[in-house]
Each structure stands twice: as C-alpha cells, then as structure tokens.
Design a protein around this ligand. Structure first.
Ligand code: ATP
Ligand code: MG
Length: 440
C-alpha cells in the first residue's frame, strides 16, 4: 500500500481522555474513531489488525475441531425468558422493541440462542461431541466504558459452545479449548496466563480466565511465576488425551481476585509469588445442564433415555485483544506489533520523495516486498523525514526500510528493527533476504 493512496488519519495531539497507552496509540495511529461512549469505527489500520487477530483465533478454533457458524446480533427475548436470564441480566443488556412491540435485545452473549439451535436439530448422543462457534459483535451497556476498545459497549467476541453427553466428555471438550487458547495467545505474540475464575452471570462450576499481565489491567491477579513463562503446547492431537496440558498448568497457583485464596498462595515459595494487574482476554466455562435443562435440550443416550446435554462456553475478546496486545507491546514512541498481527509487515520510508533515484529505488523495493508477500506500507509522501520516522514508529510495523540519497550512492538501504531499535546498512538484496527470512 502506498501511503499517498491510503487512509491513515494520524493525530499529532494526544487525546486528553485517553489515559492508557493502547487507547492513546490507537487514536493517534488512526486505528479507531469513537462514535459514542464505548462504540468505535474501525479505521483501515485498526481494521487490519482486528482481522488478523480474528483469523488466528479462527484457525486455532478450527484446529481444535470447533465448527464456525454465525448467529445474529439481534435476538428475541423469548429464549432469554426460557432460561430466566431476561430478568437476571440487568441493565447491561440493551433491550429493543420492534414495530410490532416484540421484545428484542442486542446479544451480550449467545448461550440461550445456541442451545435453541442445538435442540432444534440434534437428537442422539451419536452426534456428540460438537463444538460450534462464531465471531460476532456483542453489546453490553457497561456502566463505565473506558480504555478505548478494551472496555467497549459494542465489541467483537469469539464465542464457542460445546455439547457432550456426560460431564466426563464435557471436561475433555473444556481441555480442548483450554489447549487451543494457549496456542492462540502464543501465536498472537502475548503471554496470557490461565487463572481460576469466577463464573459470574454465565454460571457453572469450572472456569478459567486467560489474563495478560499489564500495569493498566483492571483487576488484581495472583499466580506462580513459572506459569507465565510456560511454553505453549504447540502441535497436539486434539482427538487424544489433553488432560496433562490442563493439569500441568492448573497444578501451579493462579487465580483472579474473586477466587484468590491467601492461604494457598502463601504455600508458593516467596520468590515465585507474583501479584500483578491483569487484562482478561479470554474466559472459558463448564456449566453442565444450566441452559439445556430449562430449555429441554436433550439427546437420547445409548439406552434411548433423554438426557440434558452437558455444555461449556468459551469466549475470546477479539476487539479487546487489539488494545491488550498494545498494552503488552509498546514503547515511548508507539506500538511495537508482534509480527503475526502487524497491520503491515514492512514500512518503507523514502526520505526524498522528489528525488528521482530515491523514488525509483523505493518503488522497486516496494514492488519486490509486495511480490514476496511482505505486505509493505510505502511512505511516498512529501512529509519531512522526522515526520515520517515518528509516524512509522507510532504505527509500529516490525521493520522499517529507510531509503535516502546518501545511502543509495553507496548502494545501501537502512533496515530498522522496530522492537530492538537495531539498525543495519544493507544492500537492497540483503535487506530483502533479511525480511523474507524474518517472516518465513
Ligand atoms: P469483564 O470481566 O472484563 O467485564 P466478562 O467476564 O464480563 O468481562 P465474558 O462474559 O467472560 O466477559 O466475555 C468473554 C470475553 O469477552 C472476555 O474475556 C473479554 O475478553 C471480552 N469482553 C467482555 N466484555 C467486554 C467489553 N466490554 N469490551 C471488550 N471486550 C469485552
Ligand atoms: Mg469473563
């Protein structure tokens, strides 16, 4: 993409109401625009990151055997009345009346609706296990929307729902998602620690939150230090036994504020006790027949007896992750994207746009990057060098290629690694090799 043809409304001023880094940088880098409290337009740069995160989440769900579908944002209140949640949910739910005076709502979550889908089609235990998911906008009329997309009112969630005949099988489904989440967050370039969590209004018995440790986190969390550095499971057989992956991690203490147990925590060696602030980016629940029972979602077991299906639900805050990743990956000059989610792979800076040789060399490098699938953003504007440098640092692409008249005379371009700040003078060919290897 040529910057001159793109839409990148970078702000010079730091917006006054943005108190945390991700919110500030997302506004300044032209990633989002607020439309009303907690409701945002995703501008092109932000949209690219959102889509990349969404795609990684999707791929890891698919690997774990979950099946993608799409449920609507607007739901009928009827299903929520069946489960008793219509009254229980409270003012966070946006209630809507249509022209025929029917009660509708903008879905804050989808347990009720998916249970209705399930009971409409599935009759036998032979059709189990199943895990259905979608990636869809949600609405929760939060009391205090803040921190940009981190606590929005409209936000994008991946939510998956598992169905099993027995509790034992349901725990296997839970472990699949637990494992998939570890791999998902590792691919996104962040450390998200699984922590024992409260089940809240979703209800249920077994629950873990996946939490990024960051100073700006809204809640206090407690864990064993070793858990933070544990390697992700990587390639695993999702049809095999995954209980060891779950057990290895849950053997180490990790709990959210609500579930924190000071006595248990005190048993950890003092140098391994970690108290930190956390950002919840995922939350998984096992809740058995909490919804299937009132909604009569049953399957026939092998004796031909109807049994309420045992369920779990598994959320990832896709849009919150855009902010969450920035909280974990930034410096005083701007965002430092992990390669996997960067909006563009490489930024090319032409220091002298009106110089024919520079323009030709930059153009040539840009075309080669495109051909190599590096997804370059070429700053071909006539702005001053300083403006180009700070803008490129702000938007945080993993590599910058700086092309100027002095270097060109010697046949070199400058390569800057955004994360380390390291600079190298290389021939254009050697720079290309470095980039292709970095993204291989
Ligand atoms: P929180 O405690 O942060 O309010 P929650 O526990 O209510 O979140 P869940 O019902 O577990 O949220 O939803 C699944 C995921 O959706 C969360 O882990 C989070 O990443 C994301 N999420 C929830 N609420 C919001 C919001 N207001 N804005 C952005 N993402 C959100
Ligand atoms: Mg939660």
């Amino acid at each position: 993409m040529r910057l001159s043809k793109y839409f990148l409304p970078v702000l010079k001023e730091t917006p006054a109401d943005a108190t945390i880094a991700s919110h500030r940088y997302m506004l300044r880098a032209g990633m989002i625009k607020q439309n009303s409290a907690g409701i945002y337009t995703w501008l092109p740069l932000g949209h690219r990151v959102l889509k990349k995160i969404e795609q990684i989440v999707r791929e890891e769900q698919d690997k774990a055997g979950a099946i993608e579908m799409l449920m609507p944002t607007i739901q009928s209140a009827d299903l929520w009345k069946e489960t008793g949640r219509y009254d229980a949910y409270g003012p966070e739910m946006l209630r809507i009346t249509d022209r025929h005076d029917r009660e509708m709502l903008y879905g804050p979550t989808n347990e009720d609706m998916i249970t209705d889908v399930f009971r409409s089609f599935v009759r036998s235990y032979k059709d189990l296990p199943k895990n259905l998911y979608h990636i869809q906008w949600k609405f929760r009329d939060e009391t205090r929307p803040r921190f940009g997309v981190m606590r929005g009112r409209e936000f994008m969630m991946k939510d998956a729902y598992s169905f099993d005949l027995t509790e034992e099988d349901a725990v296997k489904s839970y472990n699949k998602m637990f494992t998939a989440y570890l791999n998902t967050f590792a691919r996104l370039g962040i450390k998200a620690v699984p922590m024992k969590a409260d089940t809240g209004p979703i209800g249920g018995e077994l629950s873990h939150e996946f939490v990024i440790l960051a100073e700006s986190g809204e809640s206090e969390v407690f864990c064993h230090r070793d858990l933070v550095e544990m390697a992700p499971p990587g390639d695993v057989d999702f049809d095999g036994d995954l209980s060891h992956i779950f057990e290895e991690r849950t053997a180490l203490y990790a709990a959210t504020e609500e579930m924190h147990d000071a006595e248990e925590f005190a048993k950890i060696p003092a140098d391994k006790q970690l108290t930190a602030r956390g950002i919840e980016v995922g939350h998984i629940f096992y809740f058995g027949d909490k919804y299937s029972k009132p909604m009569k979602a049953t399957v026939m077991d092998s004796d031909g007896k109807p049994q309420p299906v045992m369920m779990g639900s598994y959320g990832i805050g896709v849009s919150r992750l855009v902010g969450g990743i920035i909280e974990a990956c930034h410096d005083e000059n701007g965002i430092v994207w992990p390669k996997s989610v960067a909006p563009f792979g490489v930024g090319i800076i032409n220091l002298k746009a009106n110089d024919e040789d520079c323009a030709a060399a930059a153009s040539d490098f840009y075309e080669k990057c495109k051909a190599a699938g590096l997804d370059p953003l070429y700053d071909d504007s006539s702005d001053r060098g300083g403006v180009k440098f700070s803008r490129m640092d702000l938007i945080g692409l993993p590599y910058q290629i700086i092309i100027g008249p002095r270097g060109l005379k010697e046949g070199i371009v400058e390569v800057k690694d955004r994360a380390t700040g390291e600079r190298q003078n290389l021939s254009p060919d050697a720079a290309m090799t470095l980039l292709t290897e970095a993204f291989a």
